[in-house]
Design a protein around this ligand. Structure first.
Ligand code: ZN
Length: 303
């Protein structure tokens, strides 16, 4: 058993929201034991709060969104992933917009700020969930599978396979021996160019949402698409290198699998307890991850 922790001092982040492109300021504050991780919408009357717990998930279409009454916050997975995986059990996150800042598409800055201020042990014991039986969530048509089986320690294995020549089959693993801040947190979100091509051409994509993401290019791109990309990114020229737009070089060969790992660590943290079990995830996504977190939450409430 170990004790709960919170951060030593407040840390503030500002940047653009992924979907709205608006400037967001988010401050993570220390919180008392057993508080968990809670968001507070300081821009709304009465400053309503929403706990980062699985039953509050209301949307997983482009990130994980939680809601409780009037308090709604989107794209919570990166900050939660960093806090929880780096040992923070309790934190109050004040935010002045409906979504977190996307930063550079990763949790790098979150992790380095958490390290800078440090964490402190609190009086209460941590809450664990010991996995006793196998839990399985599957979407067979999409080849999505998230499985959790009993184990002494928490570990997460992620495999991604999008039938993409560029991405290929990638794998990465997290367990307590992994340096999250150095090896997982810097891995950025990604998008396939064909998914955003039309939006790009129509000028409907906000720069912030793609300029920091890895963009996977599977087919040769036309001159007109290239022009719209340059315009959106505010660049004079852009090339495709080994299947990725070269506006920002890859940080790891399997950065996509590592980012998926970052995401699932954040989504499963919505259980609000530390898991003792082995997670194996094939083609995970926010829907599957949060469904699994809700399954675990339900089985806890029956105990
Ligand atoms: Zn993500």
């Amino acid at each position: 058993m170990s004790k709960q922790r919170t951060i030593v001092a407040p840390i503030t982040f500002s940047g653009k929201g992924l979907h709205t492109g608006e400037l967001v300021t988010m401050t993570v504050l220390p919180a008392e034991e057993n508080r968990g991780i809670v968001f507070r919408r300081v821009d709304l009357k009465g400053m309503p709060e929403v706990a980062a717990l699985a039953h509050n998930v209301c949307d997983t279409s482009r990130g994980t969104t939680i809601k409780d009454g009037k308090a709604k916050v989107s794209t919570i997975e990166h900050i939660i992933s960093a806090l929880w995986t780096m040992g923070v059990d309790n934190a109050l996150i004040e935010i002045d917009a409906p979504e977190t800042p996307i930063m550079d598409g990763s949790a790098k800055e979150y992790a380095s700020e958490i390290m800078r201020v440090g964490t402190v042990e609190q009086g209460a014991e941590r809450n664990y969930m010991e996995i006793q039986e196998e839990f399985l969530f599957e979407i067979p048509k999409k080849g999505v599978k998230v499985k959790i089986t009993p184990a002494e320690e928490y570990s997460v294995d992620v495999t991604v396979d999008y039938d993409s020549q560029v991405v290929g089959v990638q794998h990465h693993r997290y367990d307590s021996s992994v340096d999250y801040a150095a090896e997982i947190a810097p891995c950025r979100t990604f998008v396939f160019l064909h998914e955003i091509e039309i939006l790009l051409k129509l000028g409907l994509i906000k720069g912030g949402s793609v300029e920091s993401a890895m963009v996977v290019v599977e087919k040769p791109i036309s001159e007109s698409t290239k022009r719209s990309i340059c315009k959106t990114f505010g660049r004079d020229d852009i090339e495709v290198e080994r299947g990725y737009l070269n506006h920002t070089p890859l940080r790891f060969e399997n950065e996509i699998a590592r980012h998926k790992l970052l995401d699932i660590l954040g989504d499963l943290a919505l259980l609000g307890r530390r898991i003792k079990g082995r997670v194996e995830a094939l083609r995970p996504g926010h829907y599957a991850n949060t469904q699994m977190a809700q399954e675990l939450e339900k089985s806890l409430s029956k105990q």
